[in-house]
Design a protein. Structure first.
Length: 253
């Protein structure tokens, strides 16, 4: 049975104790740094009103849509360019140039083309997800060892067999690494999209409301929720990669 390492919880506990001590001793104005109890009260109130579930669910649906669209297009484009020499020569230079444009620079164009609502948010998330999936898939396919390809020729595999039995397994570690990165980035993109585009139900709502009303307990409550969901995404990405590459463990023994 695997033992859990509690050392990672030391710093959060220390910070929580310091936070409690600073607010209890009134070293900082409560309007600037509310007590942990005030933030907890906001959390309980949000749960009772159903606001927490609505905001988290809306963000997760938004995030999932963007991840599936961006990840799917990124994987398909990476495979297409990695497998086809002509497509690689035509499209790869442009995609390599476009990747240097910060994703936030696309926001004005998205607003003009798709409006300031839900469609633009999903497209923004998909754009953030697309690049890591595309480039990792592309690199994975392009860097399949020549010896592996020679084995496929020796066994006279068809193109379809070569793809599923040779190229895809060899490129899988790079592909899943890209999906892993994209899964974490997608949550950051979701938060950014909710902040920059028109307000709608989502995890950023408490932060915006608290900022407008100068209620720091609401702002911190919103930050805690974002961080908690982000941690779940990070752990899920790690599990996702380990699970899908579990077949490699036997090769390293």
């Amino acid at each position: 049975m695997k033992k859990y390492d509690f050392r990672g919880a030391v710093l959060p506990v220390v910070l929580l104790v310091l936070w409690y001590a600073v607010t209890a001793l009134h070293w900082i104005d409560a309007a600037l740094l509310p007590a942990p109890s005030a933030v907890w009260a906001e959390l309980v109130q949000a749960v009772q009103k159903g606001e927490l579930y609505e905001n988290v669910l809306s963000s997760l649906l938004r995030n999932t849509s963007g991840f599936l669209i961006g990840g799917g297009l990124g994987a398909l484009a990476g495979l297409a360019l990695g497998l086809n020499h002509w497509a690689d020569r035509i499209f790869a230079p442009t995609l390599n140039a476009v990747k240097h444009v910060a994703v936030f620079a696309w926001i004005p164009l998205m607003i003009m083309w798709f409006g300031n609502g839900e469609v633009s948010k999903v497209i923004f998330i998909a754009l953030v997800v697309f690049y890591p999936v595309f480039f990792n898939t592309y690199d994975g396919v392009k860097n399949v060892p020549e010896k592996v390809k020679e084995v496929a020729q020796i066994f006279q595999l068809s193109r379809l067999q070569r793809f599923f039995k040779v190229i895809l397994p060899a490129a899988a570690p790079s592909i899943f690494a890209g999906l892993n990165i994209a899964l974490v980035f997608s949550w950051v993109a979701t938060v950014g999209a909710e902040y920059f585009f028109v307000a709608a139900p989502g995890v950023v709502n408490p932060i915006l409301d608290g900022q407008n009303l100068f209620q720091m307990e609401v702002v911190i409550y919103g930050m805690v929720i974002i961080g908690a969901v982000g941690l779940v995404f990070s752990k899920a990405a790690q599990y996702f990669e380990n699970y899908n590459l579990r077949w490699r463990q036997g090769t390293h023994k």
